[in-house]
Design a protein around this ligand. Structure first.
Ligand SMILES: C[S@@+](CC[C@H](N)C(=O)[O-])C[C@H]1O[C@@H](n2cnc3c(N)ncnc32)[C@H](O)[C@@H]1O
Length: 271
């Protein structure tokens, strides 16, 4: 089951981490989505919307004549997302509890679809992409963001061993669940096999400079701690030591090259 492959906490436990990540990654993401065709009046499907920060941005981008349906399989995430949309006074975004494996049950056609940091947690990715392809109108646009969890490209300056340990732990987490850490690099070929065309792929690697930006390492450890210990990927003592190391990193002058992110867009064939 895909649901079991999501090893990060949801709801209030992970809210702060996701909010900082959204702050770091959203400006580049929105620029990319607009460049590849996100526009007013569109009907948009977001898969794996989490706490709904991007869903609200999408709702603003499509405006009152457009509509966003955002799905996630965690009610705890969706409660936060609904609260957020209400606080912003957005009435053109709807949150639906649905596993991405069952995305076909949404049973509507979309101009644009978007999902960030969810495909890397799926095993039946080709099947899911096939369902997303079917949910798009002719010439509809597929977009996603996927983090390169293969340890490629990360760095710290001056060198901080805890940053290497952190990336290695994330890789072990993915691998222990049978997930493909190189999925991002394979998506081009998967989308091509589905007849998607006009593909665009960009890479974005944020550099963490501030204590808040660097706190994402520690917050991620806190959010994966329970499941990681339970699956015996790491001991409690080892992860607690890493958490202390990350706290020291936040308070230091070290800068880090955070997880490299791939931004991918492709278009469904026209009639
Ligand atoms: C890393 S979070 C990213 C959230 C959001 N896209 C963002 O960028 O802030 C991944 C989200 O995918 C959801 N998720 C994981 N597996 C899922 C599945 N099989 N079906 C639907 N949602 C899933 C999780 O509940 C979580 O909210």
């Amino acid at each position: 089951m895909t649901k079991d492959s999501y090893f990060i906490a949801t709801g209030e436990t992970d809210k702060l981490r996701l909010s900082i990540l959204n702050k770091i990654y959203n400006p580049v993401a929105l620029q990319f989505l607009k460049k590849v065709g996100l526009n007013t009046g569109m009907k948009v499907l977001e898969f794996g919307c989490g706490t709904g920060v991007m869903a609200c941005e999408l709702a603003k981008a499509v405006g009152p004549t457009g509509r966003v349906i955002a799905i996630d399989n965690s009610e705890a995430q969706l409660d936060i997302a609904k609260f957020h949309a209400k606080a912003l006074g957005l009435s053109n975004v709807e949150f639906v509890c649905c596993d991405v494996e069952n995305i076909d049950t949404i049973n509507e056609e979309f101009d644009f679809c978007y999902g960030r940091w969810i495909l890397e947690f799926t095993k039946n990715t080709s099947e899911i992409l096939k369902k997303i392809y079917a949910s798009l109108k002719a010439k509809g646009i597929f977009t996603c963001e996927i983090c390169d969890v293969s340890e490629a490209g990360h760095f710290s300056s001056p060198h901080s061993p805890v940053v290497d340990q952190w990336h290695a732990l994330m890789v072990r987490n993915f691998q222990s669940l049978g997930l493909d850490v190189n999925l991002g690099n394979k998506l081009f070929h998967m989308l091509k096999a589905l007849n998607f065309q006009k593909m665009t792929i960009e890479a974005h690697q944020p550099i963490a400079l501030t204590p808040e930006e660097k706190s994402v390492y520690r917050l991620a450890l806190l959010s994966v701690k329970a499941s990681t210990i339970q699956r015996k990927v790491i001991s409690e003592k080892e992860i607690d030591d890493m958490i202390q190391g990350c706290l020291a990193l936040e308070q230091s002058d070290t800068i880090t090259g955070f997880i490299r992110n791939l931004l991918i867009a492709a278009q469904k064939k026209g009639e």
